[in-house]
Design a binder for this molecule. Structure first.
Ligand SMILES: [Zn+2]
Length: 175
């Protein structure tokens, strides 16, 4: 049953079982990155997998700072958030070959934010027909990959420019 997912269920879970405090603050402060599916820690933001992915590889970029709007975020936070989004795009393309990606933020609960007090950017890989698929099987979606597998694949990718250069150099040497 873990493989079945619906957006309604996600809403239910986030409303029925609120974590003590804010999940982004809690996970950001904890020292359990693998258990929390944290893929990368930047200086101002971190990247983690969504526990209820819309598609395989669905991740979120959140600042360490608890702020509800972009307006209240600093220049540094915003600049790094976009750089990490760029890395997320590159790494998802390299790993899953999606046809496209949705990248965006839901600001406020009426806009669909699950955790409205703490901004987080969603990065969702998309494939031709993935939205139709859900209606086909009746409001449920079969996730073709375990979250642990997704994590193992993505955590080893280059999440900074420096890591990217190192990987490229390593690749060249192997040839
Ligand atoms: Zn928070």
């Amino acid at each position: 049953m873990d493989h079945l997912w619906t957006p309604w269920r996600y809403q239910y879970i986030s409303q029925a079982a609120p974590t003590a405090g804010c999940i982004f603050c809690v996970k950001g402060a904890e020292n359990r990155d693998a258990e929390n599916y944290i893929l990368h820690r930047g200086k101002f933001n971190f990247i983690l997998l969504n526990l209820f992915p819309y598609t395989v590889g669905h991740m979120m970029i959140a600042p360490y700072q608890h702020v509800p709007t972009l307006e209240q975020s600093s220049e540094d936070v915003l600049a790094e958030m976009m750089r990490l989004a760029q890395r997320a795009e590159m790494n998802l393309r390299a790993t899953y070959r999606p046809d496209g990606l949705n990248i965006g933020l839901n600001i406020g609960s009426s806009a669909g934010a699950g955790v409205a007090g703490h901004i987080h950017m969603h990065v969702v890989p998309r494939w031709q027909g993935d939205a139709n698929f859900m209606t086909t099987v009746g409001e449920t979606r079969v996730m073709p990959e375990e979250l642990d597998t997704t994590y193992r694949k993505l955590v080893k990718m280059a999440w900074t420019e420096r890591e990217g250069k190192r990987q490229k150099a390593k690749g060249k040497r192997q040839k």
